[in-house]
Design a protein around this ligand. Sequence first.
Ligand SMILES: [Zn+2]
Length: 62
Amino acid sequence: MANPKRKISRSKRDMRRAHWMGGQTSHNIIACDNCGEKMISHRACPSCGHYRGKSVINPQNS
Ligand SMILES: [Zn+2]
């Protein structure tokens, strides 16, 4: 039967898992131009609703 020749060591297993989602921090978290809040790049800011210098969605308070 086709089987791996040896058991994968804890080290090798964990090296593989280091690349899984959540293993690394996201690259696309930036600070909002308008309010400075952390936000996902290329998306409207969730706290102030701004995207590329103008308001595109209404924030909660208005
Ligand atoms: Zn903002």
